[in-house]
Design a protein around this ligand. Sequence first.
Ligand code: UDP
Length: 447
Amino acid sequence: MTSSPFPRRVALISVHTSPLAQPGTGDAGGMNVYVWQTATRLARRGVEVEIFTRATSSADAPSVAAAPGVTVRNVVAGPFEGLDKRDLPAQLCAFTAGVLRAEAAQAPGYYDVIHSHYWLSGQVGWLARDRWGVPLVHTAHTLAAVKNASLADGDTAEPQLRVIGEQQVVGEADRMVANTQTEAAELLSMYGAAAERIDVVTPGADLDCYTPGSASAARAALDLDPDEMIVTFVGRIQPLKAPDLLVAAAAPLIRESAASGRKLRVLIVGGPSGSGLQRPTALMDQVAELGIADSVTFLPPQPAERLVQVYRASDVVAVPSHSESFGLVAIEAQACGTPVIAANVGGLGVAVDDGRTGVLVNGHGVGDWTNALEKLLAQPDRLVELGHNARSHAEQFSWEHTVDQLLESYGRAMRSFAAHRSPESPDSSATAAAAARVRRRWRRRRN
Ligand code: UDP
């Protein structure tokens, strides 16, 4: 058996958000964590990684040595600040030019593989792939058609422009990476992807950072009451993630708990994002209208070292999302030994082992969520058992395993690309000639 080709250098493209940004607010979330965790682990295995992202501050250096073997290239494309994600398609030409220029300054054949993240990056990767003559691997992270099929009431639909852009990338990518079999099926049925070009690669959690630990120490560190029951939401605050559903479902239980022995608290960690930015105080307003402001704590986005305390401090972590490609928060919470109550959508059905590590709730009815929460919180022994199982379940989802699978996908892409684009093929010689022209032009400019 011949071994898979191993890439020396990979270009990761993450146009709309930098892996160096704090996740949990704005455009920074699971994708940032994914890109950073896989980049640093690929580098530790000897793959040089360059991440292309859009500069969002004049203080961003063009190139940052972010970790051993990982360089972040901040490409100037459009105004640094205040550019909405919806306006990014207009900056893709400028961004792509920056990416092509960076490569043109290097020796030919500098990158072996391009891995693009989210459809905007896929558009850039598609052109770079044709220019450089190397394969494109693409991860969608979320799909507009899937999101639009299960929107929260009153949420803004993703534009058709994005669906078309995704469709193009699916058609062009040499390999598609799907987070779960469910997502692979969506790529087949909604985007007409070719089954033989899809690799299912499950994301992970940092199992060394997210570990079980003392809940009381965690509560002391976060200044939380040692005796209350705590149900926690962690993530970007927007209708898609449904923190409003958690608050509405918990409200009657909070009121009842005030009369009984043990009070219930809802902890919300994260900042406004997406369509949630249009009404950044909506969740706080809802809490005030429900009269439960004293029993809801809001924390701004937390770095991983603090988030581990949040998970440990919680009796249950809730992930009520309307759609979720995977749901890293669910795995991180379970890695800390905390059970999860999650909506039975998308990747959450894989991330949570229903009945063994948490509970999956069908639908987004407030009454159903109140009942499910009430039942769970009324059984302290069951919570302990679910939490115990949760850690071993989460251990299946390590980033090391993700990187093993990504390297296999890169190898497959390199092998099939080499087979289909032999040096004699007119296609590849035209590509190589075009690439050489770009390189010459940029060398002349620099000199
Ligand atoms: N996150 C964080 N700090 C916060 C809130 C969230 O670091 O205050 C991280 C969290 O650890 C997780 C990611 O943001 O890794 C969210 O990923 P998820 O897949 O749950 O949702 P997404 O943002 O991709 O929609």
